[in-house]
Ligand binder design. Structure first.
Ligand code: DGL
Length: 279
């Protein structure tokens, strides 16, 4: 079991920011990644629908024999985490608690902002996760347009800067000193977010911290890869249009990701494109 792959899942490309960190910190671990591009964005959808799509994909990953699940999506974590931990015998890692931990240690003033999708912000999952941090005052803001820009490959345009100014103005008025990027797509917007918020505001994302959780959990459960075989990486997009996914995956993972294969449909009705890295 310890040499089985880790299953990582997101609504699209955002979770690749987490996969990238897992690869960097844990070079022996193999990864099967599924981006549910057929249903992206999750953020505007009702929680029950996000829950259904998420469980279908997580079931598929478990059926394929992964040794751990990483829900690399805040919206899905908010919708499904408790169910997932009861449903599966493999460990389930998510992205909200790691981001909160990083923010609590980053803030000096205790005035923290969180941005995310409608689903994440309205679930109040971050309010719950920060509840134990009595010195933190949390200010939340949904930023629904961001994910579509990222999925379309736009992380720099003037239009995006204008949207960011509008979303972030209320958080600037609250004089936050730390901003939690409560969506795994947002690390790709750090240029724009840093530009609009200014240099004094720390941007905190969950990718590095989540990968630390993956390591800690594999270690304590005796599930670390024994290093005897090379890691393999498989990235799948459920939607028909894989071109944008390929381009963005290459950007995020920092290499040439170019071969796209059809993958037979599994237990669920995934369009099931498999995208493998050139080695
Ligand atoms: N990247 C995801 C998240 O962290 C989902 C974004 C979306 O599909 O709306 O929330």
């Amino acid at each position: 079991m310890s040499n089985a792959p880790i299953g990582i899942f997101d609504s699209g490309v955002g979770g690749l920011t987490v996969a990238r960190e897992v690869r960097a910190q844990l070079p022996h671990e193999s990864i099967v990644y599924i981006g549910d591009t057929e249903h992206t964005p999750y953020g505007p959808r009702p929680i029950a629908e996000i829950r259904k799509f998420s469980l279908e994909i997580l079931d598929q990953l478990v059926d394929e024999g992964v040794k751990m699940l990483v829900i690399a999506c805040n919206s899905a974590s908010a919708a499904v985490l408790r169910d997932a931990r009861e449903r599966y015998s493999v460990p389930v890692i998510e992205v909200i608690a790691p981001a909160v931990r990083a923010a609590v240690s980053a803030t000096r003033s205790g005035r923290v902002g969180v941005i995310g999708t409608h689903a994440t912000i309205s679930s109040r999952a971050y309010n719950d996760a920060f509840a134990a941090a009595v010195n933190v005052q949390l200010f939340s803001q949904a930023c629904p347009a961001f994910v579509e820009h990222v999925e379309a490959g736009d992380t720099t345009s003037q239009e995006l800067i204008a949207i960011a100014r509008e979303y972030l103005a209320p958080l600037q008025r609250e004089e936050i000193d730390t901003l939690v990027l409560g969506c795994t797509h947002y690390p790709l917007l750090q240029g724009v977010l840093g530009y609009v918020m200014g240099g004094d505001v720390r941007l905190v994302s969950s990718d590095v911290e989540t990968a630390k959780d993956v390591y800690r959990t594999l270690l304590t459960r005796g599930l670390l890869h024994d290093g005897t075989t090379n890691a393999t990486y498989e990235y799948r997009a459920t939607g028909e249009n894989t071109a944008a996914f390929v381009t963005l995956a290459s950007r995020i993972l920092g290499g040439e990701v170019s071969r796209v294969e059809h993958h037979p449909t599994g237990v669920i009705d995934l369009a099931g494109h498999t995208l493998k890295e050139n080695s």
